[in-house]
Design a protein around this ligand. Structure first.
Ligand code: ADP
Ligand code: MG
Length: 693
């Protein structure tokens, strides 16, 4: 029986796979033919350079073509049950031995007298040249080892599970492409392809896996990236169009309100803050609901801007809600805003409230007596009802998922929404990636701030670090010492907050007041410790990443981060953002022993850059867009090869085309857009909701 395969065919039914191997495919997320075809190579190796054996260099990955002179199967005498398959291959210039371990079936493929192409690292073993587990391909009689071969030329290397070989994977994939591609329907309309010089889908899929040369590879790469950007832009643009058509609240914005607000502050707003406030005022007074992303580095003063927006809503008789990711931060905002907005009824809603208190708070919110509501995820609680929710502020948005961010605004009828982030990305990039939002940027920090001096040290210098901390305490400053874990464990060889707290308190800093805060303390305890620290009753605070977001204690001027390699780059930057908030010179000391390449890059970036935009850009480079954006923006994880950072021009083009298409065919009803429409529903279930009803 011959069945045609389609995108949804399970890989199990492909020739050469079967149920057992299918499970291996599944383990890397490949279930269907579509998954397989969109499992793009991790990299390519250029094996087009066939070398004579006499010219091989030790220690390098190289490719040869040789004749199989002998083969031998034996058991290892060192390790029982260990099978070694060895061959000697030669050309007119020399000989080399190759070994493979525990693959006894190789003897069925690799036979004396045939020609073989071998690719691997060349070593010298007992005086002889050797490759260990090289990739290989038998050259069949009709082959000339040239372009028809899988491994001479640009060879794709995939992320594959243990138990499959690259060669096998390539064979299955090639077979699958040959069967599938003739059936494939292009999702990009013809005119878009022509205008942008893009290959058709079938050709680009074939050549991204098996590129005949570099220029073909580039073209396929470009085409597939374009498609990814394009598919990702459409729902964003639809969403934005849809929002602008909705009826929101036209808040009344009093001209003197800002003056009054400024009067409450003991500092002057920066020009950037003033500019952003103007943008927000305009949005809030307009009839469509605001959806604005406010980007600004740690410490740039976003909170004040948000509070002003809240004041606008509240003066017009609406409620405003601020959602933050940690209870510690919620309490801090609650405390600070209570000082600033004495005439407004502010309530705190966090999960640790006593049940009776919680019910009272719910009632206050429901009846409208609560004007400003500050809380954590507790605000997402289903039982909570607002009387007249007019503004939603989401602080530290990167800590929330897309659906969490979308949930709170649904508690009102099209309230204005302000989303704040301290891991900013360049504006041009933001405009496209957050295509459904309008964007404001606070691009300066309040005057008088000095950049934090950041140093990287190794474990041996630990006591110098301690002495340095002590000297700063003597000058009247305070310090944080951060650990990646709370409790020591036998599986991780890491210093932990609990144990180090005791050690530091008793042995290293007997004359200082040392405190401890971490996520296993309950919220009240955490808040208690933080208040003591803020009041200056604690000199050194040993902590975990509970401190990461928001905490503001200007007198703290030193931060030591242990096992810095364990933290992500944005996380390090956020942590460092806790210091350098006052008038004092501040110091961040990163202690690390790790020799991992990535960790080193992160630490170097920290030492080199203090600006959050640069840090975010570095982070994006190190982690790649999928990881970096994670749950921040819907659809970004769908970008498999497209990289917004390196392909910004292409992204802009794709956005431009997507806009054009939606102008012409807003509901995607044209026949030529039907493949596109189908693809979108598959990729972004629910996107149709954005299509104008
Ligand atoms: P972030 O943008 O990281 O949320 P915050 O809003 O917490 O920053 O502000 C950091 C600190 O800077 C706070 O102590 C705040 O009171 C102070 N601040 C904000 N704006 C100004 C300003 N214009 N001048 C001086 N200090 C300011
Ligand atoms: Mg903040």
């Amino acid at each position: 029986m011959v069945r045609k395969i389609n995108a949804d065919t399970k890989v199990q039914y492909l020739k050469g796979v079967g149920p057992k191997r299918a499970r291996l495919f599944n383990s890397v997320g490949i279930v269907t033919v579509e998954d397989l075809i969109y499992h793009f190579p991790r990299r390519y190796e250029d094996r087009s350079n066939l070398l004579p054996i006499s010219r091989l260099q030790e220690g390098k990955m190289q490719t040869i073509r040789a004749h199989i002179l002998s083969t031998r199967q034996r058991r290892s005498w060192r390790r029982r049950g260990f099978n070694i398959f060895e061959i000697i291959a030669g050309d007119s210039t020399g000989r080399i031995s190759c070994v493979w371990f525990n693959q006894p079936y190789l003897k069925n493929y690799i036979k004396i007298g045939r020609d073989i192409i071998l690719y691997g690292r060349v070593e010298r073993y007992s005086g002889r040249l050797q490759m260990v587990s090289p990739e290989f391909e038998i050259v069949s009689d009709k082959d000339n080892a040239g372009s028809s071969s899988d491994i001479a030329g640009l060879t794709p290397i995939y992320k594959i599970p243990d138990g499959l070989t690259q060669r096998y994977f390539r064979r299955i994939l090639r077979g699958c492409l040959e069967e599938y591609l003739p059936e494939v329907v292009d999702v990009l309309p013809y005119d878009i392809r022509v205008r942008n010089n893009l290959l058709n889908l079938a050709k680009s899929l074939l050549e991204i896996h098996f590129p005949p040369d570099m220029s073909h590879l580039k073209e396929s790469y470009r085409r597939i990236s374009f498609e990814e950007f394009f598919l990702f832009q459409i729902p964003l643009i639809l969403k934005k169009l849809r929002k602008k058509q909705k009826q929101g609240i036209s808040h009344k914005v009093d001209a003197i309100l800002l003056e009054e607000f400024q009067g409450r502050l003991n500092f002057k707003l920066t020009p950037a803050q003033t500019r952003v406030i103007e943008e927000i005022k305009k949005d809030m007074s307009s009839s469509y609901p605001m959806s604005r992303l406010l980007q600004g580095d740690v410490g740039s003063g976003k909170t004040i801007v948000a509070l002003f927006a809240c004041l606008i809503a509240i003066r017009g008789g609406y409620q405003a809600a601020i959602m933050v990711p940690t209870e510690l931060l919620a309490r801090q905002h609650y405390y600070n805003s209570s000082l600033l907005l004495k005439d407004i009824n502010i309530v705190l809603l966090v999960s640790s409230l006593a049940p009776s208190k919680k019910i009272r708070t719910y009632n206050e919110i429901k009846e409208g007596r609560a004007q400003l509501i500050i809380g954590t995820h507790a605000l997402l609680e289903g039982r909570l009802n607002f009387k007249r929710l007019g503004l939603v502020v989401i602080d530290e948005e990167h800590k929330f998922g897309v659906s969490q961010r979308a949930f709170l605004p649904k508690r009102g009828s099209n309230p204005d929404v302000l989303i704040m982030t301290a891991t900013p990305i360049p504006r041009t990039l933001a405009i496209t990636l957050y295509g459904d939002l309008d964007i404001s940027v606070i691009d300066e920090v309040p005057p008088g701030r000095k950049p934090v001096v950041t140093k990287f040290v190794t474990d041996e210098q630990r006591y110098d670090v301690y002495r340095f901390v002590e000297s700063k305490i003597r000058e009247g400053r305070q310090a944080y010492i951060i650990y990646p874990i709370i409790e020591e464990s036998c599986s991780l060889d890491l210093r932990a907050a609990n144990q180090m707290y005791l050690f530091l308190k008793d042995r290293v800093f007997p004359d200082c007041r040392v405190g401890l805060v971490h996520g296993q303390l309950n919220a009240k305890q955490q808040h208690g410790v933080m208040s003591e620290f803020k009041a200056g009753n604690i000199d050194i605070l040993v902590a975990t990443t509970v401190l990461e977001v928001g905490i503001d204690v200007p007198n703290a001027s030193v931060m030591v981060i242990e096992h810095a390699e364990r933290f992500g780059l944005s996380q390090l930057h956020q942590l460092r953002g806790r210091i350098g908030r006052g008038e004092f010179e501040s110091y961040c000391i990163l202690i690390s022993q790790s020799d991992s390449e990535e960790a080193r890059m992160r630490i170097e970036a920290m030492v080199e850059y203090s600006d959050g935009f640069c840090i975010a850009e570095e982070d994006l480079k190190i982690r790649g867009p999928g990881e970096f954006f994670g749950k921040r923006q819907h659809g970004l994880s769908e970008l498999r090869i497209a990289n917004p950072l390196t392909q910004l021009q292409l992204l802009k083009r794709a956005r431009h085309e997507a806009k054009r298409l939606l102008r012409l065919d807003p509901n995607l009803e044209w026949r030529q857009n039907s493949a596109l429409k189908r693809k979108l529903s598959e990729r972004f279930p629910g996107y149709e909701n954005y299509i104008a009803a």
